[in-house]
Write a protein that binds this ligand. Structure first.
Ligand code: MG
Length: 285
C-alpha cells in the first residue's frame, strides 16, 4: 500500500508507551499509524500476525515502529539525560540487543522504518563518550539495514546543528530524522521552523505535536499542549514541510493516557486542523 501525500497518522501503542490504541485510529478514520513497540513478551510472530490482521481489517498502514525501553523516564530534563535511549552507559549493551530485536519484530510487521530517542548525545564531539554513542547508532543502523529498514532519530534532545553533526559522524545511508517540532520547544533546543529547514533533507517522518516554551529553556520542561494551542506555528510548519519536499505522513502525537476521552477529542481536533491546512497548501481534501 502506498499512502497519498500528507496522509494523516497517529502515534499508537499496544501495551507499552503512551499512544492511543489502534481502535482510536480506526474510529477517527486515520489511515496510518506509528507504533510504540510492545514489551518483549509481545514481540512474537503470533502477535505480529494478529496485529497485521487488525491493520488489514481497519485499512491502516504502519509507517514506523518506535523503540522504547524499561527504565526510561521523561520526568524532567536531568532524568531524561540519565535514563533515555542508548546514551546511558549502564543499560547501553542490553538496549542495543533489544533495539535489534525491535527491528526484527518490525520486519515481521513489514515495516521499513524504526525510530528512537537516542538520548542526550554528549556535547563534546571529540570525547570517548560521544564516539561510543556514534558507534551504538552505527550498530543499530547496520542491523536495521539487514532488515531493509531506515532508522529515524527523533528530534529535540539536541539542536539542529548537533543532530546534523551526529548524522554526518555516524555515516550510515539509512540514518534519517523523525522531526518533532514540539520537542525542540519542550527541550529548549531551538525554534522548530528554522531547525526543520536546516535538517530538512534528512526528514523521513514527522510528529505533529505542539508545546509551549519553558521560562528556563533547556533547564526545565516546556508544556505539551493540544495541536494549534502552543508555540508551533502549524501553518508555517506545514508550509516548510512542503518547501523541503516532504510528502510522508503527518503523524499526530498526543500523549495524555490519564484522560483517554480528552486524548481522543484533542486528536480529532488535530485531524481537522491538519486536513484544513492540507487542503489550503496541497489542495488535497
Ligand atoms: Mg515525538
Amino acid at each position: 500500500m502506498s499512502l497519498p501525500p500528507w496522509s494523516l497518522g497517529v502515534f499508537t501503542s499496544i501495551d507499552a508507551g503512551l499512544g492511543v490504541h489502534l481502535d482510536v485510529a480506526k474510529e477517527l478514520e486515520v489511515p496510518s499509524i506509528q507504533l510504540h513497540t510492545p514489551h518483549a513478551a509481545g514481540r512474537t510472530p503470533q502477535a505480529a500476525e494478529k496485529f497485521l490482521r487488525q491493520l488489514d481489517d481497519f485499512g491502516i498502514e504502519l509507517t514506523c515502529v518506535f523503540g522504547g525501553f524499561d527504565g526510561e523516564s521523561y520526568a524532567d530534563i536531568p532524568t531524561v539525560e540519565k535514563t533515555i535511549g542508548l546514551v546511558p552507559v549502564a543499560t547501553r549493551s542490553a538496549r542495543l540487543i533489544e533495539m535489534k530485536e525491535i527491528s526484527d519484530f518490525s520486519r515481521l510487521l513489514g515495516c521499513g522504518a524504526i525510530g528512537l530517542h537516542l538520548g542526550v548525545v554528549p556535547h563534546d564531539t571529540k570525547s570517548q563518550e560521544y564516539a561510543e554513542v556514534v558507534d551504538a547508532a552505527r550498530k543499530i543502523c547496520d542491523h536495521a539495514s539487514l532488515n531493509e529498514q531506515n532508522v529515524h532519530l527523533e528530534t529535540g534532545q539536541e539542536s539542529a546543528d548537533a543532530l546534523m553533526q551526529f548524522i554526518n559522524d555516524v555515516q550510515r545511508a539509512n540514518l534519517f530524522i523523525n522531526f518533532d517540532p514540539a520537542n525542540m520547544i519542550l527541550y529548549g533546543m531551538g525554534e522548530p521552523i528554522p531547525a526543520l529547514k536546516q535538517v530538512g533533507s534528512h526528514v523521513r517522518s514527522v510528529h505533529c505535536k505542539d508545546a509551549t516554551w519553558s521560562d528556563q529553556p533547556g533547564v526545565t520542561w516546556g508544556a505539551e499542549v493540544p495541536l494549534g494551542k502552543g508555540a508551533v506555528d502549524m501553518r508555517a510548519y506545514l508550509t516548510t514541510l512542503k518547501e523541503i519536499g516532504y510528502t510522508g505522513p503527518l503523524t499526530i502525537e498526543r500523549e495524555i493516557p490519564q484522560d483517554r476521552d480528552r486524548q481522543k477529542e484533542e486528536i480529532r481536533h488535530a485531524t481537522e486542523l491538519l486536513k484544513q491546512l492540507r487542503k489550503e497548501l496541497l489542495g488535497i481534501a
